[in-house]
Design a protein around this ligand. Structure first.
Ligand code: MLT
Length: 312
């Protein structure tokens, strides 16, 4: 019966600290976004939101943990587009993506950049394209596992270039970046939240952005589309979810707290410095996130099926 009427605890939730699961290693782009909003949401809620990194299986391990958590408002998931792509990529997923979660809201949408180790030979994206086509089987592409944003972008890049690169999976693109900086891997497609500092510092090489328009942050970087990669348009939206059955009052309270965090000028500035911006308040809502997830599962399913890339 507790599921039929709002349990008493929903009225005076939260009473203790909350866990925000990030399904990738610390130090990567998902972790960066999570810690930004968790800090401000904690202040708004009056109880600490602790970020817990559960990496592995392209984000599906952490998502699965939250799917099984108590729907009491004390465990939330911050995940990105991988929530949608994994629904097609994983044929034995431990959870039913559209029935295992409730929704809080969208957080931000982050552009991606095609980057390489700093001494990678090609000097521009046109040269990059022909070099990668010619040397595909000797080049490594780092990602955060099947279902990650870097995997999706890498898959699109390999399909567009018809270049089956050797892929190297990590528990997040935080650790992947460490190896790229060290020259252990050759190429990565990663979010501006994780590449801006390195690009500005010249410790990695940037070739193109994955958005339809060039970025103010890097006006000299061409878009993949203007370089001839038709339809190469991918940005990484992030959302906050709760386990299915979490009281609506709790999801709504979390959404209000998220909206206040996204309106915080410190968050707006920090996101702008990293090439992104908060989702508008009307998108930081349960209905908007649910609609986005459903639309994105439908959008990426044919792309993934055409690429024939699955995780078994
Ligand atoms: C991804 O590629 O999905 C993310 O970069 C993983 C991460 O946040 O580390």
């Amino acid at each position: 019966t507790t599921l039929l009427v709002a349990p008493a605890f929903a009225q005076d939730w939260p009473q203790r600290q909350i866990t925000m699961v990030v399904p990738f290693a610390a130090g990567g782009p998902t972790d960066t976004v999570a810690r930004m909003v968790a800090e401000r949401m904690s202040a708004d809620l009056g109880h600490q939101i602790i970020v817990e990194n559960i990496g592995g299986a392209g984000g599906t391990l952490g998502a699965g943990n939250v799917a099984k958590a108590d729907p009491d408002g004390y465990t939330v998931l911050l995940h990105h587009i991988g929530m949608a792509t994994s629904a097609t990529l994983y044929r034995n997923l431990a959870y039913d993506t559209l029935n295992a979660f409730d929704y809080v809201g969208l957080v931000t949408e982050v552009p991606m950049v095609v980057v390489a180790r700093k001494d990678f030979e090609p000097n521009d994206f046109t040269a990059f394209i022909s070099y990668v086509k010619d040397n595909a089987d000797n080049l490594t592409l780092a990602n955060a596992g099947i279902g990650s944003a870097s995997h999706l972008c890498g898959m699109m890049l390999m399909s567009a270039l018809e270049a089956p690169l050797v892929t190297v999976p990590y528990k997040g693109t935080g650790p992947a970046m460490t190896d790229l900086l060290g020259g252990q891997t050759d190429i990565m497609c990663d979010q501006t939240t994780n590449t801006t500092q390195q690009i500005k510092g010249g410790t990695i090489k940037a070739y193109a952005v994955t958005t339809p328009e060039r970025l103010e942050l890097f006006p000299d970087l061409p878009t993949a589309m203007e370089s001839g990669l038709d339809g190469f348009d991918v940005s990484i939206w992030h959302g906050i979810y709760t386990p299915k059955g979490t009281p609506a009052e709790v999801n709504e309270r979390l959404s209000k707290s998220l909206q206040s965090a996204l309106a915080d000028e410190g968050v707006v500035k920090a996101m702008a410095d990293l090439g992104t911006a908060p989702s508008p308040a009307e998108d930081a809502t349960p209905a908007a996130l649910q609609a986005k997830l459903e639309a994105e599962i439908a959008r990426w399913q044919p792309v993934i099926e055409a690429a024939g890339v699955y995780a078994d």
